[in-house]
Design a protein around this ligand. Sequence first.
Ligand code: KIV
Length: 283
Amino acid sequence: MSTTFTLDTSTSRAHPLPEPVRRLTVPAIQKRKGGEPIVMLTAYTARMAQLLDKHCDLLLVGDSLGQVIYGLDTTVKVTLEMMIAHGAAVVRGSYRSVVVIDLPFGSYEASPEQAFATAARVMKETGAAAVKLEGGEAMAPTVGFLAARGIPVMAHVGLTPQAVNSLGGYGARGRSEAEAAKILADARAVAAAGAFALVVEGVVESLGRAITEAVSCPTIGIGASVACDGQVLVVDDMLGMFERVPRFVARFDNLAERIDAAAARYADEVRTRRFPTEKQLYS
Ligand code: KIV
């Protein structure tokens, strides 16, 4: 008889966490509608999660890891295995924030049952508390199906990067009245179906504001509106790791320049035999 073992990657930590481990909960996030703004950043590694955890309410293991970590051109190519590996790392590195994991393209759209199987696997193998999926009215039955079965779902409307091939690019959405009305209907549908929170990405400001007023769950904006109940950014964007960033990104540091300078100094010291010094050597 053969037995299959699944490694519980969420609990075997390299570094112990402060005790007691007190995570925020999904209901606590829901209660923040219209209250203290919700802080969310993406994280993909245990160490980055450790650094961000105390500042954030939510850590999103976004499928943006396709571009940020793996150098892919779109999120369409991201796999479930990538999401689970990075999701488990972020859970291991954090103890306060609610960790939300993106369901990758192709892993949930076919049916509510497919979405449930994928989301259940993600939660079992990572220890995360919630999943995120993209889509509006068409995904509302799936959001309801998961929510009714104990899976908290963060929905994502507006600019939905997994649909880049249908949308034709990453431009702001909701510029025409018809498109704005459709996105508002999408937001209403997933919120009514039971999404605990809603990412609103890349929409004209008035629409971000209107969605926030229209739905009863917290909205988390990215290129949406300061009126949203919270904000999210891709961490590498806000740290200044990339030369080109979308309009909605503010750089809070310029790590790319600082890494470049550090690597240049290291290379120079190796080439001129100034590194290592006595301090780094064993006597
Ligand atoms: O994948 C991601 O990082 C996201 C955020 C931009 C919201 O979906």
